[in-house]
Design a protein around this ligand. Structure first.
Ligand SMILES: [Zn+2]
Length: 428
């Protein structure tokens, strides 16, 4: 059945202008879509791999055993899948450890110190499903928000099975709040129809409609320090111990650099230690270069291809009053080419503690965002959690429109009352 109970979105109207109307199918001819879910603290959204044996609403996850046997280095697949979204949106993604608590348990919808905001697991799902994801808050108000469940019964072997990268990017998109797209080449297309390692412009538009593009940090806004001529002078940030810590910095694209300059303080011990940290802050692969006042490169430090790392460069024999320039950038032009970071300077004798990640804890809240808004009514394509998770009794709603296997499209039927807004576009 066709539903017209929600006002069309701008791109919906646009698609109707440029495409002939197809009877009954037009509601699906959207471009990207947003679900209405978004992380409250996009400055740091964490993800984790649940240990095998973690309870997923009854069945236990075999993520590690399944993928260890099929996809060597599979963790990097997920790291890259997170990084491709981080690169184009004003979000930072960070991998953290996972204590194996049952899915959906805990006190936080975001920032749980025990595991990631987005927890990745694998259990047997039906043959039409590759993976599924719970949408972020406020649609899901508890710890299950953003969690991704892969189908351990599918074949993920690269040469013969489904491409893990393609599906991981798709599920991270849902976990961040992006809905499906009608563009068949988009990662967020609802069906597995090709290998897709990078985002299309439609996917980028989708994530940016939720979080915006990456925004320059306060130093860049204030000084325009993407060129050496506009280098931000951070000398005033040095404490009496000869140290400075600049948090919340941002490389907004692989081609963007940030410039800083510093005058060696009178308290110097004779060495300048410069640290660029994305560890615990983002998936940016960091790179720093140090120049003297004449513009000569003195040293550099780089960690290409890493998903969040920390590099340090040291200049010995510095003298009070000398000016040095620091250039920060991404070490790699690929998926790790943008992200948040911190910069530390140390002219003193004491060690400097790393920059602590921002506090992103948000306590559990009731699921919300449903009702009649229709903002996430693109079909039974992602899971809305309401009550205990009972994957063991999952019932496929199926879909009569397109070929299987679908990436998602099955609804967990909780034991409690079910919100039926996910049926909005269900064709039956
Ligand atoms: Zn999907």
């Amino acid at each position: 059945m066709r539903r017209d109970d929600a006002p069309p979105k701008t791109h919906d109207r646009l698609s109707r202008m440029v495409k002939p109307r197809l009877e009954g199918l037009e509601d699906r001819m959207l471009l990207y879509s947003a679900t209405g879910g978004a992380w409250t603290q996009p400055v740091r959204v964490t993800y984790s791999f649940v240990p095998d044996g973690t309870s997923i609403g009854g069945p236990t996850s075999t993520l590690n055993a399944t993928l260890n046997a099929q996809v060597p280095g599979w963790q990097a697949v997920f790291q890259q899948a997170a990084a491709v979204w981080e690169q184009v949106a004003n979000i930072n993604l960070v991998q953290v450890s996972d204590n194996g608590a049952a899915l959906g348990v805990g006190s936080y919808q975001q920032g749980d110190p025990n595991n990631g905001d987005i927890r990745i697991s694998a259990v047997p799902l039906d043959t039409g499903t590759l993976a599924s994801a719970f949408l972020p808050p406020p649609l899901n108000g508890c710890g299950v928000a953003g969690d991704i469940i892969f189908n351990s019964s599918q074949n993920w072997t690269p040469s013969t099975g489904y491409d893990l990268t393609t599906v991981a990017i798709h599920e991270f998109g849902h976990a961040l709040g992006v809905g499906h797209s009608a563009i068949t080449s988009a990662d967020m297309y609802a069906y597995y129809n090709a290998t897709k390692s990078y985002l299309t412009t439609d996917d980028v538009s989708g994530i940016q409609s939720i979080y915006s593009a990456r925004r320059p940090d306060a130093w860049t806004v204030a000084t325009g320090n993407t060129t050496k001529a506009n280098a931000a002078d951070v000398s005033s940030q040095l404490g009496t111990n000869g140290q400075a810590s600049l948090a919340n910095l941002n490389i907004t694209a692989p081609t963007v650099v940030n410039w800083f300059k510093v005058t060696v303080p009178s308290t110097t011990t004779g060495s300048m230690v410069v640290t660029m940290q994305s560890t615990n802050l983002s998936e940016l692969s960091p790179r720093i270069q140090i120049y003297n006042a004449a513009g000569l490169t003195l040293t550099s430090a780089t960690a290409p291809g890493t998903y969040g790392s920390t590099v340090t460069a040291t200049i010995k024999g510095v003298v009070a009053g000398q000016v040095y320039y620091i250039r920060t950038m991404a070490a790699s032009s690929g998926a790790t080419g943008a992200g948040g970071y911190g910069l530390q300077l140390n002219f003193g004798s004491a060690a400097q503690a790393p920059i602590a990640p921002p506090n992103t804890t948000v306590a559990n809240q009731p699921d919300s965002g449903g009702g009649s808004s229709g903002e996430h009514g693109w079909g039974p394509t992602q899971w809305i959690h309401n009550g205990p998770i009972t994957i063991g009794t999952v019932t496929g709603l199926g879909d009569n429109l397109m070929v299987s296997p679908r990436i998602v499209h099955h609804q967990a039927h909780p034991a409690g009352p079910v919100k039926h807004h996910h049926h909005r576009h269900h064709h039956s």
